[in-house]
Ligand binder design. Structure first.
Ligand code: G4P
Length: 523
């Protein structure tokens, strides 16, 4: 039994794609789903993203913005493996959920627009992934357009992100003159825009194209050879241990839109990316993914996927054992027994009832308010508590009050529940106790407002404090006189004091004025 379970676990590849908006995440996801046979034509996911696919069970606000909730998790079979892609929303729908999702994956794919290089959102998401020490695979996208120099792009990984980049393939030309990819890993050249068997040409034992090939005399090919020579001599060499430790990222060039280099990338990724491994539980125990007893943790709660039923779905990352419909589990936080009758597994286009799932898989549990983000659930007698999910430093802040003073009760109830759920973070002005909400992305406020009104019948008034830099201060070092309009003093929900600085400049000014005061940032 145990061996069979391990075989199943070893087939899982659970990852997220991190990128800056417009780098091509949707396009590459779509190509992968095509390879997995989940969709039949390109444009399906895209149409959904832009709202053309509106189905009735999307939350109003999400419909307006065209955000797909049903594709939060996409699952398909590829090369005998079970692939789970977890969506990390970008744009304005960027939120703490995006960060928390990265706690539930075993690897990340970083898509970079090769004309733009590393952009701000990629940097933020990278930072979170890096902390976890999981492997990161890089896809330099849009090679069919004139982009930046390959050597520059690889160097930037080290300069900006501090991770070694190691080229797995190398572009031969780019933009209009794109000829192909020199595939270092597979010792072949992949030709651009050629179908069928002659898509690939094997290299000879010197790593060169046979002279009979027209491309072998092409100046773009010859300069690609020079560059490869250079990176082989001066660049990093592929080191699987470093990749698995997240210290080195394999770099693949390609073009998602023209489906060039994507399959080669996916094959290597599936091959190199790790299967689910052990989790740290109960402070210092290692829990193996093929442990007989089922357990998992909740990393995301999606509310009101169907407004008619007011349901919520709690997303569970399975950490051990096997999930079966009707399983009895215990919720570690409360000790309460819960029967998991109603669960969904996620295919790209529809939600289907799940029967069996193992470590690495994600299941969605219909929730009537039992679960909170970060909760652990387990079957069996042994209590299993996963490490708490990290808290992320919000960047946007709002003052919030109840519009109708007569409805304070529902205001407080809604506020408490939504904060507990992790929808937004709550702070209070240190002196006046007035409520301030913090979020990673603007959409979190909108969802908050919408839900306060729709679920708690409480209209709220919000005034933006704009972007702020939040830093916690040791209470011992705190002197309330330090507060000013440029560094608002507030307390978090554990009563810990922090400053909301107007900008980086205000923070530096504070540093200069109080050089001994230590300020700390969360993730
Ligand atoms: P995102 O999910 O990361 O936000 O990016 P998405 O895939 O939506 O791609 C953003 C834009 O970049 C899209 O164009 C898409 O077609 C284009 N794109 C993605 N990959 C490539 C590529 O390899 N080469 C080129 N040339 N373009 C690429 P758009 O004009 O915004 O959308 P659409 O109207 O064309 O669909």
């Amino acid at each position: 039994m145990a061996e069979k379970l391990l075989d199943q676990v070893n087939k899982r590849r659970t990852f997220a794609i991190i990128s800056h908006p417009d780098a091509g995440k949707t396009t590459i996801t779509e190509q992968m789903l095509l390879f997995g046979g989940v969709i039949r034509s390109a444009g399906t996911v895209k149409a959904r993203k832009s709202g053309h696919f509106a189905t009735s069970d999307w939350m109003e606000i999400e419909k307006k913005r065209g955000i797909s909730v049903t594709s939060s998790v996409m699952q398909f079979e590829y090369e005998g493996k079970r692939i789970n892609i977890l969506d990390t929303p970008g744009h304005q729908d960027f939120s703490e959920d995006t960060y928390r999702t990265l706690m539930a994956v075993d690897a990340a794919v970083m898509v970079i627009d090769s004309a733009k290089g590393i952009e701000p959102q990629t940097k933020k998401l990278f930072k979170v992934v890096r902390k976890r020490g999981i492997p990161i695979f890089t896809f330099m996208n849009k090679l069919d357009r004139d982009g930046r120099d390959g050597l520059d792009l690889v160097a930037e990984l080290e300069d900006i992100l501090g991770i070694e980049g190691v080229a797995m393939n190398w572009p031969i030309g780019s933009g209009k003159s794109l000829k192909g990819l020199y595939d270092i890993q597979n010792n072949r050249v992949e030709l651009y825009r050629k179908d069928g068997d002659d898509h690939f040409i094997d290299l000879d034992s010197d790593g060169k194209l046979p002279e009979s090939e027209e491309l072998s005399q092409d100046s773009l090919y010859l300069s690609a050879l020079d560059e490869i020579e250079l990176i082989k001599e001066a660049g990093n060499t592929f080191d699987e241990d470093k990749v698995l430790a997240g210290e080195q990222t394999p770099v693949f060039f390609g073009s998602a839109l023209t489906n060039f280099g994507v399959e080669t990338f996916l094959k290597s990724f599936v091959d190199l990316a790790p299967a689910p491994s052990s989790h740290k539980v109960n402070d210092d125990e290692e829990l193996k993914p093929d442990d007989d007893e089922f357990s998992g943790f909740i990393f995301k709660i999606q509310a009101n996927m169907n407004p008619n039923h007011r349901d919520r779905i709690a997303f569970v990352r399975i950490g051990s054992g096997e999930f079966e419909k009707g399983l009895d589990v215990t919720l570690a936080r409360t000790g309460k027994a819960v029967r998991l009758n109603n669960a969904t597994e996620f295919m790209s286009s529809e939600r289907v009832q799940v029967s069996k799932a193992v470590a690495g898989d994600i299941v969605g549990l219909y929730d009537t308010g039992n679960f909170q983000i970060g909760d652990s659930i387990y079957a069996g007698k042994r209590k299993i508590v996963y490490e708490p999910l990290p808290e992320f430093t919000p960047e946007l802040f709002m003052r919030v009050t109840a519009k109708n003073v007569m409805k304070q009760k529902s205001f407080h109830k809604g506020m408490n529940q939504l904060v507990q759920e992790g929808a937004v973070q709550l702070y209070r002005n240190f002196n006046t106790d007035e409520y301030i909400l913090g979020a990673v992305g603007q959409l979190q406020f909108e969802v908050f407002k919408f839900r306060m009104q729709n679920e708690y019948n409480s209209e709220v008034e919000m005034t933006s404090l704009g972007k702020r830099v939040a830093r916690w201060i040791d209470p011992e070092q705190l002197d309330p006189k330090m507060s000013s309009s440029r560094n608002l003093l507030v307390k978090d929900r554990y009563d810990k004091p922090l400053f909301l600085f107007e900008n980086e400049f205000a923070m530096r000014w504070f540093h200069d004025k109080y050089p001994d005061v230590k300020l700390t940032e969360k993730l």
